[in-house]
Each structure stands twice: as structure tokens, then as C-alpha cells.
Write a protein that binds this ligand. Structure first.
Ligand code: ZN
Length: 273
């Protein structure tokens, strides 16, 4: 059976609700709040035997770290999403607590973090400050990074380039072929998910084809971005299989080769033991 890694999901939020309103928890609630361990079991049935649970705030990252302790097949990434930057930029106590998480067992990355100028839920200034903070934290702990960059690459690259030695992935990639070139020349990975299965944008598909296999990672972003033909249901890590099938077909590769390469890439970047 092929083995796959979901390098980006939020299943820990199905395990326990974060305090306060949260889009991810709400989606899990809408789907009847499946048990996180059932999500893992269903993923295993599809050959998805490694999952990275990605944090977006301090409480969410803390919960992700707790979720993965003593649980097989799952690892944690700690992050403050650019949407949330305004709640952290001027709160050094929160940032200190966040930074402490980096030394916890099974934390394999910092992110998701980055810049999002599509929604602009936080000011550009706050987003940049919190991105820099997380890059410095990752370098300090020699951890790879999971970047979320939307409509903001022109501001992202100068910041990224000011920190030599950063490793990581541009997650949920949906930009142009030009950005693929910039990503690959920096030794970064490109994370593709269900977006590719339902996009009508030919430029996005051309970009997905242009990613060298050595720089490709697969993900779901569950509970978001359910791939075709499962649209209308909640996205789970098991759906990385549908993403893999679509991407293999798009790129004219066989599924076994794509699965093997992307699984190896995930292991090289994140060191999933
Ligand atoms: Zn995400």
C-alpha cells in the first residue's frame, strides 16, 4: 500500500475546542465533531500514516502540542497565523509562552506563519513583526517553517532573504509559476492541497506542474479545502490520498512514485521519526 504524509492539518481542534469563536472549531462542530482518533484511524486506512497538526494561535498551538504527546502518527507545528498577529505584536508575555512551546517533544516546525494581504485581518506592520519573531524562533531551535503567504510575496521575500538558513514549505500554494521559481531557488518546498482539484485557474495548475518532484509536499489543510470528488463534506487527513491522485494525474506521474517522493520529502524536511 502507498504511504502518504499530510504535512498540514488542524485535526487537534476536533479533539478539544479552543476557547472563544474559532472558524476551524466551528467547521468541526458543523461536521458533528468527529473524534480526532477516528480521523487518524480513517487516514491510516488510506495509507496516510503521518500527519502534522498545525497551530494558528498560542492556545491552539498549545493544544496541538498536547494532542500529539503519546499519540502515534501525529506531530505538531506551533504557529501564530498572520490573521492573529494583532493579538500578539504588542504582548511579550504571550510571545514568551509561545516561544517556550518550541522545546516541547514532537514539535517539528514553526508555523503556520507569514503574510496575508488578501484578508488583512491584522495590519501589515503587525504581520511582519510576528513573522520575523517566528523566523528567529525557528532558527534558534533549528526547526523548519510552515509559511502561509497570500497576495504578499513581494513583501515576504525580502524578510525571508534577510535570514539565511531558513528551511520550510510554502503551504497551500496557489500562486503563479514565477513564484515556484523563487521558492525552488531558495530550497523551499511547495505544499499542494485540495485547491488544485477544484480550481478553474489554469495558471495555478501550470504552477503545480512546474514544481520539481524533489520540492513537492502534499497536505489537506483539514477541515478546510476538501478535494474533489468529496466537496460538500468535511476535509480529513485521509483526503490527502485524493489530492495525491489528482496531482499525479495532472503531472503525468504514477501515484506510487509521487507518494514515495513526497513522503521522503516530508521526512527530510520535518524529520518525522
Ligand atoms: Zn492551515
Amino acid at each position: 500500500m502507498i504511504k502518504l504524509t499530510d504535512t498540514h492539518c488542524h485535526i487537534h481542534e476536533a479533539w478539544r475546542s479552543v476557547n472563544g469563536p474559532d472558524a476551524t472549531a466551528k467547521l468541526w462542530d458543523k461536521a458533528g465533531r468527529p473524534h480526532a482518533d477516528d480521523l487518524i484511524s480513517r487516514a491510516l486506512e488510506q495509507g496516510v500514516d503521518r500527519m502534522i497538526c498545525v497551530g494558528t494561535t498560542l492556545p491552539d498551538s498549545t493544544m496541538g502540542v498536547e494532542f500529539v504527546q503519546g499519540r502515534a502518527h501525529v506531530w505538531a507545528s506551533i504557529g501564530v497565523h498572520p490573521h492573529e498577529a494583532k493579538d500578539y505584536a504588542n504582548f511579550s508575555d504571550k510571545l514568551k509562552k509561545f516561544a517556550d512551546l518550541a522545546s516541547r517533544p514532537k514539535v517539528v516546525a514553526v508555523g503556520e506563519c507569514g503574510l496575508d494581504y488578501y484578508y488583512n485581518h491584522s495590519s501589515k506592520e503587525d504581520q511582519k513583526k510576528i513573522l520575523r519573531f517566528q523566523i528567529e524562533l525557528a532558527l534558534q531551535h533549528n526547526l523548519p517553517m510552515i509559511f502561509h503567504v497570500r497576495d504578499a510575496f513581494d513583501d515576504f521575500w525580502p524578510i525571508f532573504d534577510s535570514y539565511p538558513g531558513v528551511r520550510g514549505v510554502i503551504h497551500s500554494f496557489s500562486a503563479s509559476e514565477k513564484e515556484v521559481g523563487r521558492i525552488v531557488e531558495r530550497g523551499l518546498y511547495v505544499g499542494l492541497n485540495g485547491i488544485m482539484t477544484f480550481t478553474k485557474d489554469q495558471a495555478q495548475l501550470a504552477a503545480a506542474k512546474a514544481v520539481p518532484l524533489s520540492n513537492l509536499l502534499l497536505e489537506t489543510d483539514a477541515p478546510f479545502l476538501t478535494p474533489t470528488p468529496y466537496r460538500g463534506t468535511i476535509c480529513e487527513p485521509k483526503h490527502v490520498r485524493a489530492v495525491a491522485e489528482f496531482i499525479a494525474d495532472l503531472r503525468g506521474e504514477n501515484l506510487t512514485d509521487l507518494a514515495a517522493a513526497t513522503t521522503t520529502n516530508a521526512h527530510v524536511l520535518f524529520g518525522l521519526g
